[in-house]
Design a protein around this ligand. Structure first.
Ligand code: P5A
Length: 429
């Protein structure tokens, strides 16, 4: 992509309305713009990152055996009346009537709709177990939308739903998702701590929230220091992990036998990036989602639901990866891998080297943003640091005369002077 043609409105000034780093940086880096309170347009740079995050979430769901489908954003109120949540959901639900005066709503979550789909299409226990998921926009009319996309009104969620014949099966599904979540967040460079939590409006009796620790997090959490050692390991020891004390502040109880002594108890702030629930037959009974069991008798299916805040994750990643100059994307979710800076656009030798490198990298499938603008070097450096691509490849007249370019790692700040060939070899390795 050529910077000269790319729609990337970066800002020098810090927007006054943004209170936390990720919100400020997403605005300044030209990734999002607010369209109404808690509702955002994703500009090309932000949209690229959102798709990368979404793809990692998708791959780990698929690897766990979940199957992707797509349910609509708009739902009929009827199914929510069946489950009993239509009244209970309150003002967070955006409700409206269509031209035939039928009551409709913009889905805040999809337990009802998926239960209806399952009920109408699955008949026998032989079709179990199943985990179905989609990645779809949700709307919740939050009282206090804030921190940009972190707590939006419209946001992108991955939501999965599991169907099993009995509790044992449901527990296996829950564990599959639990594991998939740890892997998913790890691939994005995040350590998410699973916390025993309250089930709130979704209901049920087994539930975990996944929190990325950050000072700007909205939730208070308490956990055993042993968690930090466990999380640093590559293979996740679920057994050991599930024994550790880790809870949200509503659940924290110093008198709990599992609560470690004060010197081993950490108190921190967390960003909730995922939330999983086992709720048994709550919806299947209310909505008649039954299958014929092995003996032919009807059995209401055991269910769970599993959410990831896909758009919120972007905020969490930026909170974890930034400095005073801007964002420092982990490679797995970076909008481009390389930012190519031509220090003297218009200089025949610089232009030639840059064009050649741009072509070679692109042909090799490396995503490059080429700053080919006729602008000052300082502007280009500042912009590149702000948008935070993992590698900066810099070509100026002096180096180019000797066949040398500079390669900078945005996270470590390390700079190397290399031949063009060596730099390209490193970036395509
Ligand atoms: C689980 C999947 C549910 O809705 N039903 C389907 C269950 N859970 S949840 O905790 O309410 O939401 C799942 C995740 O969505 C993110 N999230 C939000 N992200 C941005 N803005 C919001 N207003 C918002 N509300 C929820 C969170 O990451 C949450 O864990």
């Amino acid at each position: 992509m050529r910077r000269s043609t790319y729609f990337l409105p970066t800002l020098k000034e810090t927007p006054a309305e943004a209170q936390i780093a990720s919100h400020r940086l997403m605005l300044r880096a030209g990734m999002i713009r607010q369209s109404a309170s808690g509702i955002y347009t994703w500009l090309p740079l932000g949209w690229r990152v959102l798709k990368k995050i979404e793809q990692i979430v998708r791959e780990e769901q698929d690897a766990a055996g979940a199957q992707e489908l797509l349910m609509p954003t708009i739902q009929s109120a009827d199914i929510w009346k069946e489950s009993g949540r239509y009244e209970a959901y309150g003002k967070e639900m955006l409700r409206f009537n269509d031209r035939h005066d039928r009551e409709m709503l913009y889905g805040p979550t999809n337990e009802e709709l998926i239960t209806q789909i399952f009920r109408d299409n699955a008949k026998s226990y032989r079709e179990l177990p199943k985990i179905l998921y989609h990645i779809q926009w949700k709307f919740r009319d939050e009282v206090r939308p804030r921190f940009g996309i972190m707590r939006g009104r419209e946001f992108l969620m991955k939501d999965s739903y599991s169907f099993d014949l009995d509790f044992e099966g449901a527990k296996r599904s829950y564990e599959k998702m639990f594991n998939a979540y740890l892997k998913t967040f790890k691939r994005m460079g995040l350590t998410a701590v699973p916390m025993a939590a309250d089930s709130g409006a979704i209901g049920g009796n087994l539930t975990h929230e996944f929190h990325v620790l950050a000072e700007t997090g909205e939730s208070g959490v308490f956990y055993d220091v042993a968690y930090d050692e466990l999380a640093a390991k590559d293979a996740i020891d679920l057994e050991a992990l599930s024994k550790l004390y880790a809870v949200t502040d509503e659940k924290h109880d110093p008198n709990d036998p599992n609560c470690p002594p004060p010197e081993r108890l950490k108190s921190a702030r967390g960003i909730e990036v995922g939330h999983i629930f086992y709720f048994g037959t709550k919806y299947s009974k209310a909505m008649g989602a039954v299958v014929a069991g092995p003996d032919g008798n009807p059995v209401p299916v055991e269910m769970g639901s599993y959410g990831i805040g896909v758009s919120r994750l972007m905020g969490a990643i930026i909170e974890a990866y930034h400095d005073d100059k801007g964002i420092m994307w982990p490679e797995a979710v970076a909008p481009f891998k390389v930012g190519l800076i031509n220090l003297k656009t218009g200089d025949a030798a610089c232009d030639k080297v840059c064009e050649d490198m741009y072509r070679t990298l692109s042909e090799q499938g490396v995503e490059v943003l080429y700053d080919d603008r006729d602008d000052r070097a300082g502007v280009k450096f500042a912009d590149m640091d702000l948008i935070g691509l993992p590698w900066q490849l810099v070509a100026g007249p002096k180096g180019v005369a000797n066949g040398i370019v500079e390669l900078k790692n945005r996270q470590t700040g390390d700079k190397q002077e290399l031949s063009v060939e060596a730099a390209l070899a490193l970036l395509t390795a």
